[in-house]
Design a protein around this ligand. Structure first.
Ligand code: SF4
Length: 715
């Protein structure tokens, strides 16, 4: 099978939106993309696409070229409009500014903030540039906002960041426990698989845990509408019941785990009546959920931001995995904890060490042996030991002046980060802001001193890894517009210029990449002998079909399920029960701010809408950001459905219209996360969210803030 199908007009690639990672067939005439279809041979979607996928070609319409960044542009002063410059001028300017700041303030005065949208090869180059060439661990990504709690949860429990399950497990599960996730909107093709499994297996039980009523919960046999942030109390309560009723698997616990006695002590304090009250659910529903979870022949959990975007995100993940371990619900078809990644390549970013605390091959910055291994692999004397700044910390450091320059790639922090007032102050204070993006009108572009045009879906070439550890090729169908360049190539060109200014004679050898495959080959070598070993996965093998990791040298297929033998990559070989106790959210409601704000995705939009916002059809579902609020909360404020409102708290204010809805209970409100300053008054939805973050995963609590809602003055 070649990169081109029999028709020269069709190129096989991967959808650039969510972590399901659907295969797509791009139809084109060699210059323009004319259509897109689902790839019937791709095991993530078997030819199906959701509405975002089926409208992808509209985002590449030539009429939308004006939205693309096509030429490098430099702002002579902060108040001036960006002026077109050559690539040489752009890259020399960037190298001069970075070299100057590094020489005056040290390597930790610069930082990089990228995205789970990048391809693995792009990630690899910029991560090496920051940690290997410059010598700073200040390389973080928007995946910090998405799945860093899941990473820590897996590491705490299993010893490694390895998703043990796969999508096929949905077909085999007797009980699906969907918690803190709304796949009907956020992972639609996986949800169709859930619906199909439901039809084929009438006895299958579906439990959905979500404070809101969603399209996902409509399918559930049991919907546990827990109070926001009470997840750990729920899971500990279910474990309490499993112990009390004799549903735990003592044989599995004894043979394959450690730390259970401490957890047994903790869950004594989670009796059903107490837990039901804490979570705001009925005791009999709690008991039913515990019974189905523990006693079904195979139980699969699917979870996402409801667990991750929390100041207790890592322990929410670990508490859920505790349940799987205690009831031996993992390591066989249909059973296990399947965390869903939000972005198309958040998983690939984890593999190359694309976070400020990670190094390639699932290694840790904090581990001296890991630093030495990577330094040897890269051929540099050493790697920096100073911890890098995570997403929120990085912007806090820009705001306080300790970081002077930031290079932002393929993401829009001025729309997507929490506490946008902080981000506004940070980007205004920064001495030098580079934005490398395919789009030129994002909220972040307004702050950029230098804009570098990057290629995007349909133009790029490389690999991505989806939520089930499956690596797929992303392939070029058409040339990029104007002078846009591939992200990895921008990184290589900048590295050479910066390296020479820093007097690094080794820079040419360090960045001797001429195409994505050479980067891939170096990347896979960093995984040799690690849990994610992909030394067997060459580009030619990936041309034939997407494959899962691990896939060591000598193998041609990956492993569909991990830990089937009951052995785990911890020092003892046993999985660990993590002592998890419930903690409340960082921000509590009070008399002034009595409503709990939850934010999340709409079905038809993606992130800050740079791409989906260009497609008229994708506004037919919801065309504006509406505040979903219970009719009682409207009535008590003499407000009505459709009224203009202001939603505010001490961090900021947004003006939106009301949607009276019983999908949220009284006391809670919901706003879609997609709208920023370009599409509404003020800084955007995230002006309201809090930058408080989990101390273990550093993931901010985007899903919990306290707000007040009032009539808009004069309306
Ligand atoms: Fe793309 Fe996700 Fe939709 Fe698949 S489910 S078509 S990957 S947005």
């Amino acid at each position: 099978r070649s990169t081109q199908l029999s028709s020269a007009q069709t190129t096989r690639s991967t959808c650039p939106y969510c972590g399901v990672g659907c295969g797509v067939l791009i139809e084109h005439d060699g210059k323009h993309i004319t259509g897109v279809r689902g790839d019937p041979e791709h095991p993530a979607n078997f030819g199906k696409l959701c509405i975002k996928g089926t409208t992808l070609h509209h985002t590449a319409d030539p009429a939308l070229l004006s939205a693309r960044a096509q030429y490098p542009a430099l702002r002579p002063t902060r108040d001036a409009a960006p002026q077109r410059v050559s690539w040489d001028v752009a890259l020399d300017t960037a190298a001069a500014r970075f070299a100057d700041i590094i020489s005056r303030h040290g390597p930790d005065a610069v930082a990089f903030y990228f995205a789970g949208q990048l391809l693995t090869e792009d990630y690899y180059v910029f991560n090496k540039l920051a940690k290997g060439l410059i010598g700073t661990n200040n390389f973080d990504t928007n995946s910090r906002l998405c799945m860093s709690s899941a990473v820590v949860g897996y590491k705490l429990s299993f010893g490694m960041d390895s998703v043990p399950c796969n999508y096929e497990d949905i077909d085999h599960a007797d009980c699906l426990f969907i918690t803190g996730a709304n796949p009907a909107f956020a992972h639609p093709i996986l949800f169709r698989r859930v619906e199909a499994a439901r039809e084929r297996r009438p006895g299958q039980k579906i439990i959905v845990v979500d404070p809101r009523r969603t399209d996902t919960s409509e399918l559930a046999d049991l919907h546990l509408a827990i109070l926001p942030g009470t997840d750990v109390a729920l899971y500990n309560g279910m474990l309490h019941l499993a112990l009390k009723k004799g549903w735990v698997r003592e044989d599995y616990i004894a043979a394959h785990t450690e730390g259970f006695d401490a957890m047994r002590e903790i869950v004594r304090d989670y009796p059903p009546a107490h837990v039901a009250e804490r979570c705001g659910i009925r005791e009999q529903d709690l008991e039913q959920a515990a019974e189905w979870f523990a006693t079904s022949p195979a139980t699969l959990s699917m979870y996402c931001q409801g667990l991750n975007q929390s100041t207790q995100g890592a322990h929410k993940n670990a508490a859920l995995i505790n349940l799987h371990l205690a009831t031996a619900q993992l390591g066989r078809p249909g059973a296990g904890p399947l965390s869903l990644t939000g972005q198309p390549n958040a998983m690939g970013g984890r593999e190359v060490g694309g976070l400020s605390n990670l190094l390639p091959g699932h290694r840790e910055v904090a581990n001296p042996e890991h630093r030495a291994e990577v330094a040897r692999l890269w051929g540099v004397p050493s790697l920096p030991a100073t911890p890098g700044k995570s997403a929120v910390e990085l912007f806090q450091a820009l705001a306080d002046g300790s970081v002077k320059a930031v290079w932002i790639g393929c993401t829009n922090p001025a729309q997507s980060m929490p506490d946008l007032g902080l981000i506004d102050a940070a980007l205004k204070r920064a001495e030098f802001v580079v934005l490398q993006d395919a789009y030129r009108h994002t909220e972040t572009a307004a702050y950029a001193d230098l804009i570098l045009p990057a290629t995007t879906w349909g133009e790029k070439d490389g690999t991505v890894t989806n939520s089930e550890r499956r690596i797929s090729r992303v392939r070029t169908a058409v040339p990029p517009p104007g002078e846009a360049r591939h992200d990895w190539a921008i990184g290589v060109a900048f590295a050479h210029r910066l390296g020479h200014r820093l007097g690094r004679e080794d820079v040419d050898a360090l960045f001797a990449y001429d195409r994505p495959e050479t980067i891939w080959n170096e990347h896979r070598e960093t995984t040799r002998g690690r849990d994610l070993d992909i030394t067997g996965l060459s580009y030619p093998l990936l041309e034939a079909a997407p494959r899962q990791w691990p896939c060591p040298e000598g193998y041609s297929e990956g492993l569909p399920r991990l830990y089937s033998d009951g052995r785990f990559p911890t020092p003892s070989g046993r999985a660990r029960f993590v002592a998890t106790t419930w903690q409340n959210t960082a921000e509590q409601t009070n008399a002034r701010y009595p409503l709990q704000l939850n934010t999340g995705r709409l079905r038809d939009q993606w992130h800050g809408m740079s791409r989906t916002g260009t497609v008229a059809r994708l506004y037919s579902h919801e065309s504006e950001p509406l505040l979903h609020i219970h009719p009682q909360d409207l009535a008590s404020r003499q407000l009505h459905d459709g009224d203009w409102l202001q939603v505010h708290n001490p961090r900021g204010k947004v003006v939106v219209r009301a949607r009276a809805s019983t999908t949220v209970p009284p006391g809670q409100v919901f706003l879609p996360m997609h709208w920023g300053a370009n599409a509404m008054a003020g800084l955007g939805i995230n002006a309201l969210t809090t930058a408080a973050f989990d101390p273990l995963s550093k993931q901010p609590e985007l899903k919990h803030a306290a707000v007040q809602v009032e009539a808009l003055a004069g309306s």
